[in-house]
Design a binder for this molecule. Structure first.
Ligand code: ADP
Ligand code: ZN
Ligand code: ZN
Length: 850
């Protein structure tokens, strides 16, 4: 091969000239080996390390692409320099980015385990904003001046300026006073930001850079004051369960890797265990530390020491923490030792770090406050609401060791935390930890793997653990997870009483299918009359989910043109037709037809949706301020936060919503929880239908009775005999789990076995079927030849056989252990017979089977 003249694109190098050899995984989806491709390392890059991001020439055209160094070695691969010329790495990437070695190792594992090109795993690990080096563009935020005498000024203001002030006032009324300049102009209908800027100049609007508003989560602590939540932390005495769990962890944490499953009923204070486990792992809570300055949160209010909240270092009398906590104490944490007050650690030098995963939806100000109140600016928060620049900044802080504790949703498991010592996965059962596109990883399982690679403990927590994790605590699983229990609620609070209302009886007695039983309606009225708050769950958005011909003999139902699903009716007053039919799978929309297209009768609208419940409650209790929280009303994290704040402050009395409201919320004044229908998941063609139903009912029930008034939960169902519902009503997770595991064992399903699922999709029905058949043939042959004993189900159409004009067929692979599945799929992959692409989705440990 001829050498290129252009120095920069000097792509070939003979083996002798090379300093070393590197495996590079290009970011573009080349499904080569897990390690990637081999390149020569030129002299200029003598200090190259595993994890560095580099630019390499790829393919015939030697297109320069980015990739990561996954391995380095001294000897050339066989045949290099003789049979073929090795290409050389061109340079480092422009920002000299690198990933820590343990993430590289993790990426290799993920690429193999989840059947994903390694480059795509790296692309997932490193936020795009970091790669692009998105700068910190500081936006200007403004808000209305509280006491601005607008009326007096009115005359001197232009129409647009007045519109801007009005919009700013509206934002303040909505509880979100700070608005970005451009956004406020838009809200006021102004084409330019001129009117907003003029008002800033006139002093009628306050302005502040966005960083100061959003960047520092601590500001919100100061702004909202420290509420009952942190107040309770001040003098809390650990419950027996908390103490026992922490003692267990303290004893095990030094032993390196281990997985600990904390099964704590709702309201049992799992978060407090997390907080202290982190303090323990970071070697902070040793004896003697209490003498340091502590903030007593019960006294906070006005007297709060803002300088320390902002992370400014309080002056300390004795030697630095470094000296005090190094050596023995750091190694032997005793974090069951009650801390004085809410020990504030913002200013402590960090001894290692921790990652706390929470479901995206649970990243409420409430959760964030709990961590920032304890750890101050040592906390980085990662969630989908961050701008690219904010994400970049957080990543940089973490990588630089400025933030040692990361609280974030799924992808936060890839945070490049320095000296990571503990990983916590809260609500570990939550389905949102599974990514439904490449790489189809499960953050909980990746957390366990990362813990194993780093030889550090992993703490999983839930009130309703996944059967996978629960099973792994049993000896026969051979996985050796430790099970910890928090059987009681904190501070003497009791689990709420749960009543089941059989809607079959209700229908007979009242002669119609009603949304609210008499019992629930009465309880709701009483709760509101007594000054309490209520939460109502219906896990289905929209108004109604059956649009059908009323004539049973005709039987017409309104399906989606592009999917094998039914259309859902959404009311929308802004539309001329008053509403629209929407497909929840492909997003297609249609007008609600008046007449049945088959027989001409007037169509009926059946079924439940949150909008319909909202309408009914507004009729029944017109004065009870209700907020609806579902995918339609909550367009952004900001909406969600605003709605929760309104509920927290009591402006909203009834919170109605989908599973969004079921998770992690802790509002002491919630005295009633109503489950409008516990049956939304129970009949789904998915073997986890019962598990999901149990989780949903138990979790939402757990929102009730977190204050002194106790709590009542009313569960409406047409299937009161279903064990998932009956046992959730009795707060009996162990019995449910044992029963369900027995059922799964009988039919050979996870968690007893391991599953991988391959979904083939194509616009052409025959092609999809043929592709699935081919795959089944190859799989069957390899399975037989290698004597793997994998059970192959299918090919068969998926439960939803067509989505967005694509036909879908699936294969399910079941094996007694993951190793056999891996061997089967790797063999197929290496033979280039299996590839993840737009026609083929490989899902290892799938959680959704529709
Ligand atoms: P879970 O996550 O288990 O549902 P939380 O962590 O939300 O429970 O705790 C519920 C509430 O109890 C929180 O307000 C928390 O501050 C408080 N709390 C935690 N531990 C204790 C304790 N030992 N004594 C009193 N209150 C506690
Ligand atoms: Zn559709
Ligand atoms: Zn009809």
């Amino acid at each position: 091969m001829e050498q290129q003249t252009d120095k920069l694109f000097e792509t070939s190098l003979t083996a002798v000239e090379a300093l070393a050899y590197a495996s590079v995984a290009p970011e573009q989806g080349v499904d080569a080996s897990v390690d990637g491709l081999t390149y020569a390392v030129p002299r200029a890059l003598a200090d190259l390390a595993v994890g560095d991001r580099v630019i390499v020439p790829l393919g015939r055209g030697d297109k320069p692409v980015a990739g990561f160094v996954t391995a380095l070695r001294d000897d050339p691969p066989e045949g290099a320099g003789t049979r073929y010329q090795l290409k050389a790495i061109l340079k480092r990437d422009a920002h000299s980015l690198s990933l820590p070695g343990d993430l590289i190792e993790l990426a290799r594992w993920m690429a193999a385990y989840y059947c994903c090109p390694p480059g795509m795993v790296f692309a997932t690990m490193l936020p795009a904003a970091v790669k692009r080096g998105t700068g910190r563009v500081v936006k200007m935020m403004v808000r209305a001046r509280e006491k601005s005498p607008v009326s007096e000024q009115d005359a001197r203001l232009s129409k647009l300026q007045r519109a801007v002030l009005e919009a700013a006032g509206q934002r303040a009324a909505d509880g979100e006073p700070w608005t970005e300049v451009r956004e406020l102009a838009n809200l006021a209908g102004a084409k330019t930001t001129g009117p907003v800027r003029q008002l800033i100049d006139k002093g009628l609007l306050d302005a502040m850079p966005a960083d100061a508003v959003h960047g520092a989560p601590l500001l919100s602590v100061a702004e909202t004051g420290v509420d009952a939540l942190e107040g309770r932390v001040a003098n809390l005495e650990l419950t027996d369960g908390q103490r026992r769990s922490l003692e267990h962890l303290a004893a095990r944490i030094g032993e390196g890797f281990g997985v600990h499953l904390l099964h704590g009923v709702t309201g049992s204070g799992k978060t407090e265990v997390y907080l202290r486990a982190i303090e323990g792992a970071m070697g902070k809570a040793g004896p003697g530390i209490e003498s340091g300055p502590a903030i007593n949160f019960s006294l906070v209010g006005d007297a709060i020491d803002l300088s320390s909240l902002e992370g400014r270092r309080p002056v300390r009398g004795e030697g630095s923490d470094d000296q005090r906590l190094s050596g023995q104490e750091a190694r032997e944490p005793t974090f069951s030792q009650p801390l004085v007050g809410g020990q504030h650690s913002a200013a402590h030098p960090h001894h290692g770090g921790a990652i706390v995963l929470v479901p995206e939806i649970a990243l409420t100000p409430q959760t964030v406050r709990r961590f920032t109140a304890r750890f101050g600016d040592g906390v980085a928060v990662l969630h989908s609401g961050l701008t690219a620049a904010q994400r970049h900044e957080q990543w940089r802080r973490i990588r630089a060791g400025e933030a040692a504790i990361v609280v974030g949703a799924r992808s936060a498991i890839f945070a490049p935390v320095r000296d990571l010592r503990l990983i916590i996965v809260d609500e570990e059962h939550d389905a949102s930890y599974k990514q439904d596109q490449l790489p189809r990883y499960h953050a909980r399982d990746v957390a366990v793997k990362r813990g194993q690679l780093l030889n550090i403990p992993v703490l999983l927590g839930s009130a309703t653990p996944s059967l996978e994790s629960y099973y792994n605590t049993r000896p026969e699983s051979g996985r050796g997870y430790h099970l910890l229990h928090l059987p009681d609620r904190v501070a003497g609070l009791k689990l709420p009483k749960v009543e089941i209302v059989d809607m079959n009886c209700e229908r007979q007695q009242r002669g119609a299918i009603l949304l609210l039983s008499q019992r629930l309606e009465d309880a709701l009225r009483q709760t509101i009359a007594e000054g309490g708050q209520a939460m109502l769950l219906l896990n289905r958005r929209g108004y109604a989910n059956y649009i059908a011909c009323p004539d049973h003999r005709c039987g017409w139902m309104m399906g989606c043109d592009f999917c094998d699903t039914l259309m859902v009716y959404h009311k929308d007053r802004s539309l001329p037709a008053g509403g629209v039919l929407r497909c929840h799978h492909c997003g297609a929309e249609q007008i609600l037809p008046r007449l049945c297209p088959l027989c001409g009768k007037r169509v009926s609208v059946f079924g439940l949706g949150t909008q319909r419940v909202e309408e009914q409650i507004e009729r029944l209790l017109p004065d009870a301020a209700l907020a609806r929280m579902d995918g339609d009303t909550m367009r952004s994290g900001r909406d969600y936060h605003a709605a929760l704040e309104a509920f927290r402050h009591g402006q909203v009395r009834i919170l109605l919503g989908t599973q969004m409201i079921a998770k992690g919320l802790d509002f002491p004044n919630v005295r009633l929880v109503g489950v409008i229908s516990a049956d939304t998941a129970i009949h789904l063609p998915d073997f986890r239908a019962a598990e999901r139903t149990f989780q949903l009912v138990a979790q939402v029930a757990g929102r009730a009775g977190r204050g002194e008034h106790g709590g009542l939960v009313i569960v409406q169902t047409f299937s009161p005999e279903q064990p998932a519902i009956a046992l959730a009503a009795r707060h009996d997770y162990p019995t449910f789990a044992e029963r369900e595991i027995a059922c799964r064992r009988e039919v050979g399903l996870p968690p007893i076995t391991r599953m991988a699922r391959i979904v083939v999709r194509d616009r052409d029905h025959l092609k999809a079927a043929a592709h699935a058949r081919d795959l089944a043939g190859h799989l069957g042959r390899i399975n037989h030849d290698h004597n793997l004993g994998v059970h192959i189900r299918g090919p068969m159409p998926c439960p939803i056989a067509r989505v967005a004009e694509h036909y879908r067929h699936e294969l399910q692979l079941l094996a007694p252990d993951a190793g056999r599945l891996q061997r089967l799929m790797t063999t197929l992959r290496n033979a280039r017979l299996l590839k993840s692409d737009q026609h083929t989705a490989v899902d290892v440990d799938p959680v959704m089977l529709l």
